[in-house]
Design a protein around this ligand. Structure first.
Ligand code: 5AD
Ligand code: SF4
Length: 491
């Protein structure tokens, strides 16, 4: 193929990650990255369906693309991702100008499907209902990649989710939990580090249970090949004497990834509070490259609501786990996800969430108004939906509680000198630079001389607001080592 492509991503990091893989495949097939939908030859929309506004945004964008395609019929439109997985033929029916609809399990097929569409002369819809566990090639990280930034990378360690939170569409669109072999992940991180990536974020829906399915498989595999075992389960489980112990391997994975030469920072998202294990806390405390940041989704602070959500913990249990993490990991920052207005949520439930959020002293929170996802358990409870204005008022109160603790958390850094990974010029003031501390706090600072994105610097924090820190650079710790793609100037 020749021409340019644009990939637009909606939703979470898992989608960002799939988008990088789709871009990599298109480039391997001869297309070049474009930056304008108006002129691109192929436009890929990688969709999300976790909340309702994501659907609305997709259909809005498709409406705009229709007028572009009326003018330029050669434009090819691909809809990928979770909404495609969920809505399947509906997208092609509602938007017949779409050329390819593909789901979450066939990211690796993007180019073939475009070729099929050209040969067939009509739109192609391919939605696989699950990932083939045996085939490691299907894991997006094993595909070519075009990283959004050269110095940081996302690595999928697990796909799907075996939980059944009553509000959540993920198990339906991403399927059951499948872990990627241990050795495969370490190899991917090693390759990324050789390319100059210094920060990796491990991605999974429920990272604490990473590897459990692999140990189950290994236990039932009578062929007992020690080498394969090491690749599949990592060095510790490979030395299990006889029968493999069924257990999650996440803490071991953190240790292995954290000691890959060149990797200075390891992050991960998301653990489920019900299975946050002491081994994970120990690995976070002991491996210097694993950052002091835990994203631990609370969802609600009310026990009846947590039970109705099928979250598997109470508010007290959540706070205990959090206290254990804070006691074990020095200088830990904590962020969370909270849903407001779950069906049946009363004033007392909302109040309980405010109390737990205040007690948890979150450094940041993604707060969402509950959005019914057809096919999920909670969506059936239409008679108990919380009125929009009521949910909005509860959201306001929750935001002010979270803002208070975020602000105090940021203020507690003033006077310290922090290591910052530089992202680039600050959007508001180009004379300043922006980056993130190990705790994932956003920092705007005055540079001391020219500093390239991907560098590590130390910054003295002089001031803080609810959303960010401000400071001045002290020293350059390390320059970037990734290759920089130099765009061809079009004049
Ligand atoms: N409505 C609102 N928020 C939701 N989330 C997931 N499903 C829904 C829904 N139906 C939120 C949860 C989850 C985050 C990724 O999105 O808080 O942790
Ligand atoms: Fe959804 Fe719950 Fe699985 Fe997270 S743990 S992906 S919220 S079902």
């Amino acid at each position: 193929m020749s021409g340019t492509y644009v990939v637009r991503t909606f939703g979470c990091q898992m989608n960002e990650h799939d988008s990088e893989r789709i871009a990599g495949l298109l480039e391997a097939d001869g297309l070049e990255a474009g930056d304008d939908v108006e002129t691109a030859d192929v436009v890929v929309l990688n969709t999300c369906c976790i909340r309702e506004n994501a659907d609305n945004r997709l259909y809005g964008t498709l409406g705009h693309l229709k007028s572009l395609k009326d003018r330029r019929p050669e434009l090819e439109i691909v809809v990928a991702g979770c909404l495609a997985q969920k809505d399947r033929e509906v997208i092609a029916e509602r938007a017949p100008h779409v050329d390819v609809v593909m789901g979450t399990h066939n990211v690796h097929r993007a180019v073939e499907l475009l070729h099929e569409r050209r040969t067939a002369g009509r739109p192609v819809v391919e939605i696989l209902s699950e990932t083939v566990a045996e085939d490691h090639e299907l894991f997006p990280s094993a595909l070519p990649v075009v990283r959004q930034v050269g110095y940081a990378g996302w690595v999928t360690i697990q796909m799907g989710c075996d939980n059944s939170c009553a509000f959540c569409i993920v198990p339906a669109v991403r399927g059951p939990e499948i872990s990627r072999p241990f050795g495969d992940i370490v190899d991917e991180v090693t390759r990324a580090a050789l390319d100059g990536v210094t920060e990796v974020t491990l991605l999974g829906q429920n990272v604490n249970s990473y590897g459990r399915d692999l140990t189950v498989r290994a236990r039932h595999d009578s062929s007992d090949r020690a080498v394969d075992r090491g690749f599949l389960l990592g060095p510790e489980a490979a030395s299990d004497d006889d029968r493999v112990r069924v257990r999650p391997l996440f803490a071991e994975l953190l240790r292995a990834v954290g000691s890959v030469p060149g990797i200075r920072r390891v992050r991960y998202t998301s653990p489920h509070p019900k299975d946050l294990r002491p081994e994970t806390i120990a690995a976070m405390a002991e491996v210097p490259s694993v950052c002091e940041h835990l994203h631990l989704p609370l969802q609600s602070g009310s026990d009846p609501i947590l039970a109705a959500m099928h979250r598997g913990y109470t508010a007290e249990r959540y706070l205990e786990r959090l206290a254990a993490a804070r006691a074990g990991i020095e200088d830990l920052a904590v962020t969370t996800d909270i849903i407001v207005g779950f069906p049946g949520e009363t004033e007392a439930d909302a109040e309980a969430t405010l109390e737990v959020a205040a007690e948890a002293r979150f450094d940041g929170a993604f707060t969402f108004v509950y959005s019914p996802r057809p096919g999920t358990e909670a969506a059936e409870r239409a008679d108990e939906f919380v009125r929009r204005e009521v949910a909005a008022a509860r959201m306001e109160r929750l935001r002010s509680v979270v803002e208070r603790s975020s602000r105090l958390g940021n203020l507690s850094r003033v006077g310290r000198t922090e290591e910052v990974l530089v992202e680039g010029p600050s959007r508001k003031d180009a004379s300043r630079l922006t980056g993130r501390t190990r705790q994932n706090r956003l920092v705007h600072f005055d540079p001391a001389g020219p500093v390239r994105p991907g560098s590590y610097v130390t910054v003295e924090v002089t001031d803080a607001t609810t959303t960010h820190l401000r400071g001045r650079m002290v020293d350059l710790v390390a320059g970037p080592s990734h290759r920089v793609r130099i765009p061809v100037a079009a004049e």
